[in-house]
Design a protein around this ligand. Structure first.
Ligand code: PMV
Length: 336
């Protein structure tokens, strides 16, 4: 039997859980993160506990800013990029369900004003930066003075990958094995790699038909290849740690690309099959491979959607841009 979110929040916050709002409004920012070794599959669906550990890179100044205040009324008021979200829309429901755990009393309503400075259409996990920023704002509003590890545990309850968006730079989310998930939090990997670049290639701005949540569940339940996934992750995590420690870009890129393709292979072997790729996704992959044949070290990763994220070094930005003129380039550690 899994613990409830309420029980786990009490474990994390203890007496601070009953703090009343210490200020009228709080504001916080969290970056988007891109997994180089993916989180794909849960051991607990309520607490978002993963089957394996994962490793990501946060995208610096690109992410979500959330302003939070309390009020009253019938429902929470939620704005995303200046548009009000209808309370019955799936994302508003998810946010309100998450906020239920933190209402000082059931009549309290929240006002959430969120801005993403990365187009939501870019298929980036903006829910990760959104939930992380929301938890940071809750921490200020209720004066929990929580440690980063506690904030990571709380963010995980909103969206698994959000636990990694609490930190900058390279981040590892440890799977842990406790049923209450108290050992399943993210930690920063102390390494700065100024030359690293992430390119965003949007091949389709349409909202995906199958959420990552539903996609990973379906894959776990029906794909015969899922059994091989934890072994692949163990290998890739090892390689990524070596790549980061030695600033071995080729190892980093190769590992991230192979990890993403292996994740997509588990989905394609599910039944009914789950294929997020569009013809344009495959065309972009071919272009990346063609660049590598011309000795431009560039690699891709993909999440549960059709868009590609490229990995390269600043010295190759010009060549990569020539092939992908529409690409948005991000320097996760700032420019040198
Ligand atoms: O945190 P969720 O439920 O949005 O799942 C994220 C899953 C992937 O983006 C596909 C992989 C990852 O590790 O971010």
């Amino acid at each position: 039997m899994s613990l409830s979110k309420q029980e786990v929040v009490s474990l994390i916050l203890g007496e601070r859980r009953s703090n009343s709002a210490a200020q009228l409004e709080a504001e916080a920012f969290s970056p988007v993160n891109i997994a180089l070794c993916k989180y794909w599959g849960k051991r607990d669906e309520v607490l978002n506990l993963p089957v394996t550990s994962s490793l990501s890179i946060s995208l610096g100044q690109k992410g979500s800013r959330v302003r939070l205040s309390t009020g009253s009324g019938l429902a929470d008021t939620i704005f995303l990029n200046d548009e009000p979200l209808p309370p019955e829309s799936p994302f508003a429901r998810r946010l309100s369900d998450f906020l239920d755990v933190f209402r000082p009393d059931p009549s309290v309503r929240f006002r959430v004003v969120a801005h993403n400075n990365i187009p939501t259409a870019a298929g980036l996990a903006s829910s990760a930066s959104g939930f992380a920023a929301l938890v940071l704002a809750l921490n200020q509003l209720f004066d929990w003075r929580a440690e980063k590890r506690e904030l990571s545990l709380l963010a995980r309850l909103g969206s698994g990958s959000a636990c990694r968006s609490v930190f900058d730079g390279f981040v590892q989310w440890n799977a842990g094995n406790r049923p209450d998930g108290m050992d399943s939090f993210a930690e920063p990997i102390p390494a700065i790699w100024k030359e690293l670049r992430v390119g965003l290639i949007v091949v389709s701005g349409e909202t995906k038909s199958v959420s990552s949540r539903a996609g990973m569940k379906h894959t776990q339940e029906t794909s015969p290849l899922y059994a091989a996934w934890p072994g692949k992750v163990a290998q890739d995590l090892n390689a990524l740690h070596r790549a980061i420690a030695n600033r071995d870009f080729e190892l980093l890129g190769r590992t991230a690309e192979s990890n993403a393709l292996a994740m997509h292979a588990t989905m394609m072997a599910a039944w009914p099959p789950l294929v997020y790729w569009q013809p344009e996704s495959l065309a972009a992959m071919r272009q990346v491979h063609a660049l590598r044949e011309q000795r431009v070290p560039v690699y891709f990763t993909m999440d549960a959607g059709p868009n590609l994220k490229l990995l390269f070094l600043d010295k190759d930005e010009k060549s990569v841009r020539l092939a992908f003129p529409q690409m948005e380039v991000i320097a996760p550690f700032g420019s040198p």
